[in-house]
Design a protein around this ligand. Structure first.
Ligand SMILES: O=C(O)C/C(=C\C=C(/O)C(=O)O)C(=O)O
Length: 148
């Protein structure tokens, strides 16, 4: 953690003009959004080397009524969803939780503006705190950002 895991319908893996989105670019934008968040003392909230974003298309899914309402509304039956969950370490303030959530929400709203206008799509952004009973960090990433 902080790990942002994205599950999405594979019908988003197509060009933007066909209703899709570049998910690799989305991951980068969300990672940058997480790294941009500052706490009440203006310190970066998430360690650069520990901030990770992963996206997986769902192999199988079922969504809403399967497409009938979208078809009837002239928006098409090819529904999509994106589920984003950030899991972060415990101990950060409610204000930091809010800042992280708002940063991700704002990134997602701008990135998905075209899709939201053009097709039925549901996007969820949630944040959880871990209650880990064991936490080991083994990393050769951190020294890149925190030289001794
Ligand atoms: O432990 C990790 O997977 C990543 C990490 C730090 C995580 C947090 O600060 C957090 O969850 O908020 C690390 O230092 O490698």
């Amino acid at each position: 953690m902080p790990h942002l895991v994205i599950l999405y319908t594979p019908n988003l893996d197509q060009p933007t003009d066909l209703g899709g989105l570049d998910m690799t670019a989305l991951c980068r934008a969300l990672c940058d959004a997480m790294l941009s968040v500052r706490d009440e003392s203006n310190r970066q909230v998430f360690p650069t080397g520990g901030t990770r974003v992963l996206a997986y298309p769902a192999s199988h899914f079922a969504l809403a009524d399967g497409g009938a309402a979208g078809e009837a509304a002239g928006k098409g039956s090819d529904y999509a969803f994106v589920y984003m969950n950030v899991r972060m370490a415990t101990g950060r303030s409610a204000s930091v939780h809010q800042r992280v959530g708002e940063a991700l929400k704002s990134c997602v709203q701008s990135r998905f503006a075209e899709q939201l206008a053009a097709r039925p799509i549901g996007i969820t952004v949630q944040i959880d705190e871990g209650h880990e009973v064991f936490d080991a960090k083994i990393s050769s990433l951190h020294p890149l950002f925190n030289p001794a």
